[in-house]
Design a binder for this molecule. Structure first.
Ligand SMILES: Nc1ncnc2c1ncn2[C@@H]1O[C@H](COP(=O)(O)OP(=O)(O)OP(=O)(O)O)[C@@H](O)[C@H]1O
Ligand SMILES: [Mg+2]
Length: 354
């Protein structure tokens, strides 16, 4: 496979998501005028949410806007206010010095204990302080501020509550917030908060064939259709497949390198039992059902059912559309990555049971 352009090196985020990017830019600009609005950016893993946020940040900085960024992580979901603390730490004033009111807010949020967070009254008082603190920060530094919160499906419950406050009672000052998340992995609480009136939404679906062709500018035309179909319009998988080295040995880009690592990272925190069920599913193929998964994993159906529900919550496994009782992986490449990572002895044992 010869690839003459490495798609991931293309820096213009508007290139294949121009409509979504323009809408996001427009919403952010309009929100700045009205102050304090929140926009959500949704999409499956690899759909391009962080990529668009990066483009939005560059564009905003070019317009003289202060950009604050916070990102949630699955491992960091235990730390209250993690994305907000991260974002506040990036709030710099003239001369690149941290805004003193932001440093105070970091102390307030970082030091919040049971008394401030466990009860409704405690949280209310805390958020009154936070609103005032944010208004002080905004007043201290001239110009607009754009707050970008990425991977919010992993946000801790207190960060979700703080986001709710920003939506219900916008802060006094030119603060605009964009929240990116994977909706299928977002807890119900977050989805209901983002469903509150006034939150605009931009969704990143699969790329059309035309968009894939633009993203793979430089790739032989004959290959684009296959790559688009294999990736099912997902830009992450599309660029990884296009960047596959010509001497690929069949292990595939999903088996190693950054794509493999990124896909496998989604399973890192799974307990052993879930890992066994997932590996059995990967051995079984793209179409699964509960009895077969339980048999190959060597576990009770009840156990397999509970684990498959959890794997569904993590959007590794989905219901197969139009086939009641059947399941499938979120994407065939997810299965291939998992399959390639199974210990060879366990893999052949699972094949014998399949
Ligand atoms: N608009 C785009 N133009 C060019 N390449 C893109 C675009 N969007 C995404 N990509 C490619 O797809 C990759 C994955 O995108 P990104 O990391 O933004 O996905 P994501 O939606 O944030 O996924 P996750 O939910 O896993 O964080 C990017 O690193 C880039 O290579
Ligand atoms: Mg991302």
């Amino acid at each position: 496979m010869t690839v003459t352009a490495r798609a991931h090196e293309i820096r213009r985020p508007a290139l294949v998501r121009d409509m979504e990017f323009d809408r996001l830019t427009h919403l952010v600009r309009a929100a700045r005028d009205r102050h304090g609005l929140v926009t959500e950016l949704t999409g499956d893993p690899g759909a391009g949410k962080s990529w668009l946020l990066g483009g939005l940040a560059r564009e905003a900085r070019g317009d003289g806007v202060t950009v604050l960024s916070g990102r949630c992580s699955e491992a960091g979901a235990e730390q209250p206010f993690h994305p907000f603390l991260q974002a506040l730490a990036t709030w710099r004033g003239p001369g690149g010095r941290i805004v003193p009111a932001a440093a105070t807010l970091i102390d307030v949020l970082g030091g919040a204990g049971e008394a401030e967070t466990a009860s409704f009254a405690g949280r209310h008082q805390l958020f009154v302080t936070v609103r005032r603190g944010l208004a002080d920060c905004l007043a201290a530094v001239p110009g607009d501020v754009l707050l970008l919160l990425d991977d919010f499906h992993w946000a801790d419950p207190l960060s979700v509550a703080l986001l709710e406050m920003l939506i219900r009672r916008p802060v006094d000052g030119p603060l605009t917030t964009v929240v990116a998340h994977r909706p299928r992995q977002s807890p119900v609480r977050l989805r209901s908060v983002l469903d509150l009136g006034g939150v605009a939404s931009v969704a990143l679906g699969p790329l059309s064939y035309g968009q894939s062709a633009r993203l793979l500018d430089g790739v032989e035309h004959a290959l684009i259709r296959d790559l688009h179909d294999d990736a099912m319009g997902n830009p992450l998988y599309l660029t990884a497949l296009a960047d596959r080295p010509a001497d690929d040995d069949g292990g595939g880009p999903w088996a190693r390198g950054s794509l493999g690592a990124r896909l496998l990272a989604e399973t890192e925190l799974l307990p052993g039992e879930a890992r066994t069920v997932l590996d059995a599913s990967a051995v079984l193929g793209d179409v699964l059902d509960l009895p077969a998964v339980a048999a190959v994993a060597g576990v009770d159906r009840d156990v397999a059912c509970r684990v498959l529900t959890e794997l569904g919550r993590r959007d590794l496994i989905r219901a197969l559309p139009g086939s009641p009782g059947r399941l499938t992986f979120r994407h065939p490449l997810v299965r291939l990555a998992l399959y390639a990572a199974i210990d060879p002895c366990r893999r052949s044992a699972a094949h014998r049971r399949a």
